[in-house]
Design a protein around this ligand. Structure first.
Ligand code: AN7
Length: 350
């Protein structure tokens, strides 16, 4: 069952909202004992890479596209660092709407570009950064009367509340900390709205601290001012002027949380840690929270034994290039048993 059906009573659906469904949501909440042990916490990862287009964006997109259809939209348009475009293109394909996506030229991970193209969207590479592409998409949407499906579309953030609801449904409570990467700052805002709504409905007794993590080269919410030239290996969160900055600041303040930044090196190291000690392959942006937890542990600022849920926002397979740069290489051997055995350690330990 997709998200619109599963959470229907909590979503702004009407009798004339079409049912759109790619079986999004219901993603695994995975306990990560070998990683948690190193940090001395009870660590869980919400693996959003299992969504149909491979990221959390499908949660909000399914609702935004259903509402666009209900409102008689002729086409979808968005700007994207990659995942929003993949998701928009997928739902456009499933519903038959034309879809235009604006990407920062040369700065989108290979898998995401392949997705937008194969789903059949019209892909426009803008020679400029994401922030500029977003301004252009907003202007073009107005000019052409297309449905804008970036997170400035309120239905996107409502749909993304389901991520927090699923965490609570799975744990029968909120975690102590909700650790999440922050780019355009929509998801941290949406998850916080999800938790507060669940508390209001009496489904959870208390809400978590929202811990938002940005890449050091694109950390406007940490420095307190827009970043005109964002740069990071985590291209998904290479964003200098987050649209939902105010909502995100409110979420952090109200929840007693924090914004922190992590370097590209820390992000890549966390990606290796998560994959090689957790068995979960997440894209670089998704590993910013784990990088942040490692950093806070080092600084003596990670309380022992707390329960932390990290949102692993996107699938590692989306960005094979970045992974291969740090993943090592296969050992090549001739096709004899002798050569094969020469590379196998007798004890079998890693
Ligand atoms: C994997 O696709 O902004 O703070 O255009 O793809 O809600 O923006 C992606 C963002 C985290 C940040 N992790 O979420 C886009 C886009 C991944 C992402 C974020 C994104 P927001």
């Amino acid at each position: 069952m997709g998200l619109l059906a599963r959470y229907a009573p909590l979503l702004p659906l009407t009798a004339s909202t079409p049912s759109v469904n790619l079986e999004e949501g219901n993603t695994p909440l995975i306990r990560l004992p070998r990683v948690g042990e190193q940090l001395e916490i009870d660590l869980w990862g919400k693996f959003e890479g299992c969504n149909p287009s491979g990221s959390f964006k499908d949660r909000g997109m399914v609702l935004a596209v259903a509402k666009a259809l209900e409102d008689g939209a002729r086409a979808l348009i968005c700007a994207s660092t990659g995942n929003t475009s993949a998701s928009a293109a997928a739902y456009a394909a499933a519903t038959g709407l034309p879809c235009y996506v604006l990407l920062p030229a040369g700065r989108v991970a290979l898998g995401k570009l392949a997705q937008a193209l194969i789903y059949g969207a019209t892909v426009v590479a803008v020679r400029g950064n994401f922030d500029r592409a977003l301004e252009l998409a907003r202007e073009a949407a107005k000019e052409r009367g297309f449905a804008m499906v970036n997170s400035v579309n309120p239905y996107r953030l409502v749909g993304q509340r389901t991520g927090a609801w699923e965490v609570c449904d799975a744990l029968s409570a909120a975690p102590d900390w909700h650790a999440i990467p922050v780019g355009n700052a929509g998801n941290v805002s949406a998850c916080w709205a999800g938790y507060t709504e669940y508390r209001r409905l009496g489904k959870i007794p208390k809400t978590p601290r929202m811990m938002g993590f940005q890449a050091a080269g694109a950390a406007p919410l940490v420095t307190g001012r827009p970043c005109p030239d964002p740069e990071t290996v985590a291209t998904a969160i290479r964003i200098g002027n987050p649209v939902s900055a105010d909502l995100a600041r409110a979420a952090i303040t109200e929840s007693g949380g924090e914004f922190n930044s992590v370097t590209d090196e820390e992000i890549l190291s966390a990606q290796r840690l998560l994959a090689s000690f957790g068995g979960v392959f997440a894209e670089p942006a998704s590993c910013a929270p784990l990088a942040g937890l490692v950093k806070l542990k080092r600084l003596g600022r990670l309380p022992r034994d707390i329960r932390v849920v990290m949102v692993l926002t996107g699938n590692g397979l989306k960005d094979p290039d970045t992974a291969m740069k740090q993943a090592g290489r296969p050992i090549e051997v001739g096709d004899t048993l002798k050569e094969l055995l020469s590379v196998l350690r007798p004890g079998g330990v890693r």
